[in-house]
Design a protein around this ligand. Structure first.
Ligand code: VAH
Length: 316
C-alpha cells in the first residue's frame, strides 16, 4: 500500500493529524515531515522537509512511495502580515510544488483552506459555499490561490485534490502559531493559570470555530468520500460553532466563576478578523460527504478545561 505524507507535521493540526492517521493506517504508513526537523517522540517515519525545495520533496515522495499528501505546511494569518513574501513563497510556492509532484507521482492531495479565503466584500452572515472571494490579507490571497490551483490540477490533470475552508481551530495538544483566532486557545491556558485573560480581539468579534477532534474527523472524512459524490473540491465551507470572545468568556465562567476578561486590541489581527465571515453556510459539506460536527461551545469548553487542567497540573 502506498504511504501517506503529512507536511507541517509539527503544526497545530499536524500534531494531531499524524497520530490519528497512524491509528487508522498503521504507524509505518504515515510519514511525518516538517521544516523544523523530524517530530520527536512519535512512533513512525519522520523526515525534515522544506516544501519550497523541489529536490527534497521529490526525493522524499519517491523514497517512501507516497500516495496521499496532507499538505499542511503554511504561514498563518498574523505571521503572513509580517512576512508577506515568505507567506507567498511557502503557502503558494509550496502548494504549486506539491501539486506538480502529485501530478508526476499520482498522489492525492489534501490542502486546508480557511474562512480567511473570504474578504470584506463577501456576504458575512451565513457565507455561501460559492461566492465572491477577494480577501485583503496575504494569508487569504494565498488561500484563494491554493483553492484555485488545487481545482485546476483536478480539472486539467485529474489530480485528486480536496480541501476544507477551516474556521478557527481550538486544541490543547500543540499551541497554534500566529493565527488571528489563537485567542480562543490562549484564553483557556490563561483562565486555568491566572483566572483572567487579556484578549487581542474586540469582545463582539464573531467568528466560526471548531474543536480539533472535529477538524481531524472532517479532514479524514473528506479524503475518504467517494469522488462521484463531490460537486465541489476546493474548498468546502465547514464550521462547528460560532461565538464572540464575550460569549466564550461567559462559557468559561460556568466552570471558573471568577474568570475575568479584558481587552488589549491588536489592530492587525482585529482588521483581519473584521474582513472575515461572521458565519458560513456548510450545507454543501453536509450534503456531499456527510459533514456533522460533534462538539459545540459547551462541550468543547468542558473538554478543553478538563484536558488542560491535566496538562498544566504541576508535576508531583
Ligand atoms: C488563522 N487559525 O487564524 C488560522 C485560521 C480561520 C483562522 O485560518 O490564521
Amino acid at each position: 500500500m502506498r504511504k501517506i505524507l503529512v507536511t507541517g507535521a509539527l503544526g497545530q493540526i499536524g500534531s494531531e493529524l499524524v497520530p490519528a492517521l497512524r491509528e487508522r493506517h498503521g504507524a509505518e504508513q504515515v510519514v511525518a515531515s516538517d521544516l523544523r526537523g523530524a517530530p520527536g517522540g512519535v512512533e513512525g517515519p519522520v523526515e525534515h522537509l522544506d516544501c519550497t525545495d523541489p529536490q527534497e520533496l521529490h526525493e522524499l515522495l519517491q523514497r517512501h512511495d507516497i500516495g496521499v499528501i496532507y499538505h499542511l505546511a503554511a504561514l498563518l494569518s498574523a505571521v503572513a502580515v509580517e512576512k508577506p513574501q515568505e507567506a507567498w513563497n511557502v503557502n503558494t510556492g509550496g502548494t504549486f510544488l506539491v501539486l506538480e509532484a502529485a501530478r508526476l507521482y499520482g498522489c492525492a492531495v489534501f490542502q486546508p483552506s480557511s474562512i480567511g479565503a473570504f474578504g470584506p466584500t463577501t456576504p458575512r452572515e451565513n457565507t455561501p459555499q460559492d461566492t465572491i472571494q477577494r480577501p485583503t490579507s496575504m494569508y487569504g490571497v494565498t488561500k484563494v490561490t491554493g483553492e484555485l490551483l488545487c481545482d485546476y490540477y483536478a480539472l486539467r490533470f485529474g489530480v485528486d485534490t480536496r480541501g476544507l475552508r477551516l474556521p478557527g481551530i481550538i486544541s490543547h495538544v500543540a499551541p497554534p502559531g500566529g493565527g488571528t483566532t489563537d485567542y480562543a486557545v490562549d484564553i483557556f491556558y490563561q483562565a486555568i493559570r491566572h483566572r483572567r485573560y487579556s484578549c487581542f480581539l474586540r469582545g463582539d468579534t464573531r467568528l466560526d470555530m471548531m474543536y480539533m477532534p472535529d477538524a481531524i474527523n472532517a479532514i479524514i472524512q473528506i479524503m475518504a468520500a467517494p469522488p462521484a459524490n463531490l460537486k465541489h473540491r476546493n474548498a468546502f465551507n465547514v464550521t462547528a460553532m460560532n461565538f464572540t470572545p464575550e460569549e466564550l468568556a461567559a462559557e468559561i465562567r460556568k466552570h471558573i466563576p471568577d474568570f475575568e476578561i479584558d481587552y488589549e486590541i491588536d489592530p492587525v489581527r482585529q482588521a483581519i478578523a473584521d474582513s472575515w465571515p461572521r458565519s458560513v453556510d456548510d450545507s454543501a459539506a453536509r450534503a456531499e460527504w456527510g459533514w456533522i460536527p460533534s462538539y459545540d461551545l459547551g462541550t468543547m469548553t468542558r473538554d478543553m478545561l478538563d484536558k488542560l487542567r491535566l496538562k498544566l497540573k504541576p508535576a508531583n
